[in-house]
Ligand binder design. Structure first.
Ligand SMILES: CC(C)(COP(=O)(O)OP(=O)(O)OC[C@H]1O[C@@H](n2cnc3c(N)ncnc32)[C@H](O)[C@@H]1OP(=O)(O)O)[C@@H](O)C(=O)NCCC(=O)NCCS
Length: 168
């Protein structure tokens, strides 16, 4: 088992591998969890997602990580730092997608906060953003709970998203 990249009070964040296909499909096949994405994802699209994530690890040293319960190692979701273009500038975005059974427990906020600290303290980023769909209230609440503020709205992924941001 890969060493955790990040550990917090209740959670560990570790690198994603192709063995996570089944874990990720719990989220990607759920139309409720995928409400703000273009569609659900099937197995081959999930494998593409893992390849894209591993490319981010190789190229940028960051990407989405698998979030597990620290004690039981149960899969809960994914959270991490993903390079994204915002108005022609490469920004570091904190992203989070959790299995529905893990919502409402503060896990996304705890994981996102740990990523923020990791980004600022270990990776020396000076600014981190989040790009929630303007209608995705739970996601905007996570951004606010970790101390981000709305800067503006932009069109990305064919829809309107907020640019939330926090700087050191
Ligand atoms: C976005 C998403 C991760 C938010 O998950 P969440 O569980 O609502 O967020 P949190 O982890 O911050 O949990 C907060 C909730 O848990 C509750 N909670 C329970 N125990 C808690 C604890 N120990 N600490 C903090 N909050 C706790 C809070 O009261 C809060 O509930 P509320 O929003 O009804 O007030 C989740 O909705 C999701 O995975 N959605 C699908 C994917 C997606 O859209 N991702 C965003 C793309 S931009």
């Amino acid at each position: 088992m890969d060493n955790p990249v990040i550990s917090s009070e209740r959670l560990i964040l570790r690198r994603m591998t192709k063995d996570d296909t089944r874990n990720l499909l719990e989220i990607f096949s759920d139309p409720v969890a995928m409400e703000y994405y273009p569609s659900t994802k099937d197995e081959s699209e999930t494998m593409e997602w893992i390849k894209w994530t591993q490319k981010n690890y190789d190229e940028y040293g960051v990407g989405l990580w698998i979030v597990e319960d620290k004690v039981t190692r149960e899969f809960l979701g994914q959270c991490g730092i993903v390079p994204q273009e915002v108005d022609g500038v490469m920004e570091m975005e904190i992203g989070y997608l959790f299995a529905r059974r893990a919502w409402g427990k503060g896990y996304a906020t705890e994981a996102a906060l740990a990523c923020k600290h990791y980004g600022f303290e270990q990776l020396k980023f000076s600014r981190i953003v989040s790009l929630p769909d303007v209608n995705n209230i739970p996601s905007t609440k996570v951004a606010e709970r970790i101390g981000m503020q709305v800067m503006k709205t932009i069109n990305k992924w064919g829809k309107e998203v907020y640019v939330y941001s926090v700087s050191i």
